[in-house]
Design a protein around this ligand. Structure first.
Ligand SMILES: [Zn+2]
Length: 704
């Protein structure tokens, strides 16, 4: 039997802690932050045998990728999802009802209540977990909060039954009526998981078995523990020729966000019991800990107390800051930067990684990377491989670079810096290794806007701006969410948290969110689970900006806008486009996902820039109609009818920019560019594409 731990991603500015424990017949995923699915896809991590997902904490960094993951599991017909995590998982899942409903998907949920308990068991793993509390949370407060959580369970279960083929897998304890309910929010708890593998059967000593006259057909019985009759007529017992069975390997998964949880983790009885187990010490400890915990003298001393034979894996923010998580995308961006460094500047500088305390500077302490594999069965072995080099990327770019250099000299280089667009996600529906799900960052001199915020948007911003990220977040004033499909909005909470952090010293600063009513509902339900910092976030419903923008006076003043309007469009329930005009006269129209809209053409008339979805190639017109999307030709036609000066096509063919025909740009009419992730285009640069597109096309279809 083989078993091991594959690190999917460490906690960085671009990724969250996630890993997979795999056996021959099943695998178990721990934590699913934003972007996990994209990394899984890039690194070809196999999820076909996924049995269960475990969460250490009910925080967005640990579960932001869960809705997308559930949709993918359902659409890939992987059958069933089993979820284990702190109480409130039901609240989270039911809050997703507007965009994650798959009646054919079987989901079972095990919520962890107050006590240490076995929370999962199959032939590979027995998992025991125990809650770890913040130092300011008493057991009494914790139990009161659980009682409050438990009250809503029947309602949530009913909601989940309408979304999925849902099965209860936990029993809600009965809390004493004497517990008074207080309206007090407590710090969230974490869970520690002890994962025990199956007992490993002893090995047959073949020579000895032959001497004892064991028949070949009886060898299996001896290994299973049965005695057999030899060919000499004597009884042979397992102990005569089979080595004793060995206890299963153990892995402990720790989660300690800051020093407020450290004492509780160290003194936890489940943990202390394992520390004192000298006969079968854990083989691997996974430490998801904050940097201040890693360096705390108590932690440093405590980790040294574990057996010499135990392997530690560190998943700690700061240690991995230099990791290029999206390696495939980076390889392509580097190549494109040789073609046009203005458009494709690639990923920004990374901060230098923090160092581990000197006592942990040994092979026993492994810093987990996306290419770290820790095998623990049959033997302990750590392997770190290199990221693969993508074979689909043509490497010879000299000819295209020189062709582009020629037009660069004729192109006006004095293009104003603002406004510019930075597409952050140009894929439709699912992320891919080169492209994330929907988001566009529009930067004007007076501030910036996010047009949709798919899962992983913050990671993309961090990739592009690197050390300058807080400066840019300080500029962010508006997030527009066009509709509630999962690929358009699941990155917002990550942005809220980072924006709050970046603007912490500026209490008067506001972030405006223009979104459909059902989004606002989802957001307020999630805010009951985790504090995502809504105090300085101003919510405006899309429906309130259709005919006038009286509700947006403060936003207009703040961002320097002359007007801002939404346009209802045909796509799904509560879908909107956006049209705004800056005081400088810059006019921007954004389609979201939709069929071509006459109302948008009228509202966006004379736009300087139209960003329009172009999900389907022209031959797939019927599919575009069926799914309420637009074709490339339709998107260009909207721009032409609108009299737009520049059009940015997004959701453009998944194969772009490799080996895909680019649209013909009409001699008259708007400049047309195809959006690609992290391609920054200043408004004055769109005309480049009249020259660039045919060159790219020639090169990409016939890579030399
Ligand atoms: Zn959509």
């Amino acid at each position: 039997m083989k078993a091991g731990i594959q690190i999917i991603s460490p906690p960085t500015k671009k990724s969250h802690s996630s890993f997979l424990i795999s056996f021959d017949s099943g695998s178990y995923l721990f934590n699913v932050g934003e972007g996990t699915q994209r990394i899984i896809q890039q690194n070809k991590v196999k999820l076909g045998k996924l049995r269960s997902i475990f969460l250490n904490r009910m925080e967005w960094d640990y579960l932001g990728g869960l809705p997308g993951m559930i949709l993918t599991i359902s659409d890939a017909s992987l059958g069933k999802v089993n979820l284990v995590g702190p109480s409130k998982i039901l609240d989270f899942l039911s809050a997703n009802r507007q965009f994650v409903a798959r009646p054919n998907l079987s989901i079972s949920v095990r919520q962890i209540w107050d006590k240490q308990q076995v929370c999962y068991e199959d032939e590979n793993l027995k998992v025991t977990c125990s809650p770890i509390l913040h130092k300011d949370v008493s057991m009494q407060d914790y139990i009161v909060s659980l009682k409050s959580d438990s009250m809503s369970v029947p309602k949530k279960r009913r909601l989940l039954s309408t979304m999925f083929n849902y099965q209860d897998n936990d029993q809600v304890p009965s809390f004493s009526n004497a517990l008074s309910m207080r309206e007090q929010k407590i710090q969230p708890n974490c869970l520690v998981y002890l994962c025990e593998g199956p007992e490993i059967p002893g090995k047959m000593d073949g020579k000895k078995a032959a001497e004892l006259g064991v028949l070949p057909k009886d060898r299996g019985k001896l290994i299973k523990g049965d005695s057999v009759m030899s060919k000499f007529g004597t009884l042979v017992h397992p102990s005569d020729c089979v080595s004793p069975a060995r206890l299963g390997s153990k892995v402990i998964v720790f989660d300690c966000p800051d020093v407020n949880y450290l004492d509780a983790m160290i003194t936890n009885s489940l943990v202390a019991q394992q520390l004192n187990d000298k006969t079968n010490p854990p083989k691997v400890l996974i430490h998801q800990v904050g940097l201040e915990v890693l360096r705390h003298p108590k932690f440093v001393t405590w980790v040294q107390q574990w057996s010499e034979s135990t392997q530690h894996v560190l998943l700690c923010a700061g240690l991995h800051s230099h990791e290029k998580i999206y390696t495939s995308s980076n390889q392509l961006l580097e190549l494109l930067s040789q073609i046009d460094p203005e458009l494709f500047s690639g990923e920004a500088m990374e901060p230098a990684p923090e160092s581990v305390p000197p006592t942990m500077d040994s092979n026993r302490f492994q810093i987990g990377t996306p290419y770290t594999m820790v095998e623990f069965e049959p033997n302990l072995k750590v392997e770190v491989t290199k990221p693969p080099v993508s074979s689909s990327i043509p490497m010879d770019i000299d000819s295209i670079a020189s062709a582009v250099a020629q037009y660069q000299s004729e192109f006006d280089t004095k293009v104003p810096d603002y406004p510019y667009v930075l597409p952050l996600g140009t894929a439709s529906c699912l992320p891919s290794k080169h492209r994330n799900v929907s988001s566009n960052y529009v930067r004007m001199e007076s501030g910036s806007i996010l047009l949709d915020v798919g899962e992983g948007t913050l990671g993309q911003l961090n990739r592009y701006f690197g050390l300058r990220i807080n400066e840019e977040l300080n500029q962010l004033q508006l997030i527009f969410i066009s509709h509630l499909h999962a690929d358009h909005h699941l990155g917002a909470f990550g942005i809220f948290k980072a924006w709050n952090e970046a603007t912490r010293g500026l209490p008067d600063k506001k972030l405006y969110v223009v979104a459909p009513h059902i989004y606002i509902q989802w957001m307020s339900e999630y805010a009951e689970i985790e504090n995502i910092g809504l105090d300085r976030i101003v919510l405006l419903e899309c429906s309130g900006l259709i005919t006038h923008d009286l509700d947006a006076v403060a936003l207009k003043k703040s961002l320097g806008l002359r007007s801002i309007r939404t346009v209802p469009v045909l796509h799904c329930y509560q879908s909107y486009a956006l049209v705004l005009q800056h005081q400088s006269s810059f006019k921007l129209s954004y389609s979201g996902d939709c069929r071509p809209s006459e109302e948008l053409i009228i509202a966006g008339s004379g736009s300087d820039l139209l960003i329009h979805e172009a999900t389907f190639e022209d031959e797939l017109h019927h599919e575009a109609m069926e799914k309420n999307h637009s074709t490339i030709g339709e998107a260009i036609a909207v721009g032409t009818k609108m009299g737009a000066k520049n059009v940015l096509l997004t959701h453009f063919s998944q194969r772009y920019p490799i080996n895909v025909p680019l649209p013909q740009i009409p001699a008259e009419g708007p400049n047309i560019a195809c959006a690609f992730d992290l391609m920054k285009i200043r408004l004055g640069e769109f005309s480049k594409f009249r020259r660039l597109s045919p060159i790219l096309q020639n090169f990409l279809i016939n890579p030399s």
